[in-house]
Design a protein around this ligand. Structure first.
Ligand code: PLP
Length: 363
């Protein structure tokens, strides 16, 4: 794929478009003909100003954001958002609703409890997070917001129907780290969206936060400037030295996505890849999908083989054939095939051909 001829199914940092790797490499050597590397230009120069402006404008355009929604590029990974969100949105005596649908949601819950009360409105923990619980109750008189993980990267679940959240009247906050820009959604219906960039947006080292500015300024606690979304909005994401290179890679990836046909085109391809992947898993008795069919993620397909010996053999075969990043998360095991926007259909074809071949040889 990218540069090596390997098929990269890593869950993140993950594959980016080939053009992005090439252009970013050129930018390191000589950025836009300036005679300087992107690594040595000042963040307050016109050169970088053009980069961050294009990144923000392209993201706004791709997500069709209205004028109330601001785009921020912040440091700290999505894990920082686990606490920055409640710090900014949850007062000490208020209650937020959280959905416990996997590792990332449960980490977000742990952090939110530092700032206010958390009502875990549903959990699939008892079933090892293999489905999305739908029997939750949201109360707009009680809940300051509801937090969801739109796509659970580790367990491979994805909320396909977001209407129960939208229609609850409770402001919705979403960790979209692993499916942002992969499918069309009405992004304006969210009060806050956050995502580590290293899967669908660009390089590790930066987060994207999309926030409706109307929901800010309501908590009573004092906020350190670096933790205050309003300060970043005012400074247009240049409150301090931002991760210049990571933002540059985001801008290149967003530009690529726009030229590719935007989110609609990405969604079409993502559906094709996921369909092929899951059809293959379901057709081969040697493999078994781990997630309830209606909750399967288009981004991260999780499955196991019928026994551990076969799992080891298949992983060894993947390695031999240049299929990278197929092993399931360290606490889950099995296989996880991640299929982010930049993964070509050919890579999924190569993977499913290998699975069929393996199944045949094992009778
Ligand atoms: N949320 C989700 C859904 C993730 O998949 C990840 C990482 O993979 C994180 C949060 C944590 O992101 P970071 O490593 O950028 O803190």
């Amino acid at each position: 794929t990218a540069t090596s001829g390997k098929h990269n199914f890593n869950s993140g940092p993950s594959i980016l478009p080939k053009e992005v790797f090439e252009e970013a490499a050129q930018g390191v050597l000589n950025f836009n003909g300036s005679g300087l590397s992107i690594l040595e230009i000042g963040h307050r120069t016109k050169l970088f100003g053009a980069v961050i402006e294009e990144a923000i404008a392209t993201l706004k355009e791709l997500m069709q954001l209205d004028s109330e929604h601001e785009v921020l590029f912040l440091h700290g990974g999505a894990s920082t958002q686990f606490f920055q969100v409640p710090m900014n949105l949850l007062d000490g005596n208020a209650v937020a609703a959280y959905t416990d649908t996997g590792i990332w949601g449960s980490k977000a819950i742990k952090e939110a409890k530092l700032f206010g009360s958390v009502d875990v409105v549903c959990s699939s923990k008892a079933e090892n997070y293999t489905y999305l619980p739908k029997n939750f109750v949201l109360d707009k008189a009680k809940h300051a917001y509801v937090h969801i993980t739109s796509n659970e990267t580790v367990y491979g679940t994805q909320w396909h129907d977001l209407s129960p959240f939208y229609n609850s009247g409770v402001p919705v906050v979403a960790d979209m780290s692993s499916d942002i820009l992969s499918r069309q959604l009405d992004f304006n219906r969210f009060d806050l969206i956050y995502a580590g960039a290293q899967k669908n947006i660009g390089a590790a080292g930066v987060n994207v936060v999309v926030v409706n500015k109307r929901c800010l300024g309501k908590v009573t606690r004092a906020l350190p400037s670096m933790m205050d979304y309003r300060a970043h909005i005012e400074a247009s994401s240049l409150l301090n030295t931002p991760p210049v290179f990571a933002i540059y890679v985001c801008m290149l990836t967003l530009r690529w996505l726009k030229n590719f046909g935007g989110i609609a085109a990405a969604e079409k391809l993502n559906n094709q890849k996921a369909e092929l992947m899951y059809q293959t898993v379901d057709a081969l008795p040697i493999f078994k999908g781990t997630v309830a069919k209606e909750d399967r993620s288009t981004m991260n397909a999780c499955f196991v083989a019928t026994n551990e010996e076969l799992e080891k053999e298949f992983l060894a075969l993947c390695e031999k054939e240049g299929m990278v990043g197929v092993k399931g998360y360290r606490t889950v095991g099995g296989f996880r095939v991640s299929m982010y926007n930049a993964l070509p259909l050919e890579s999924v074809k190569a993977m499913t051909d290998l699975m069929k071949h393996f199944a045949q040889t094992k009778g």
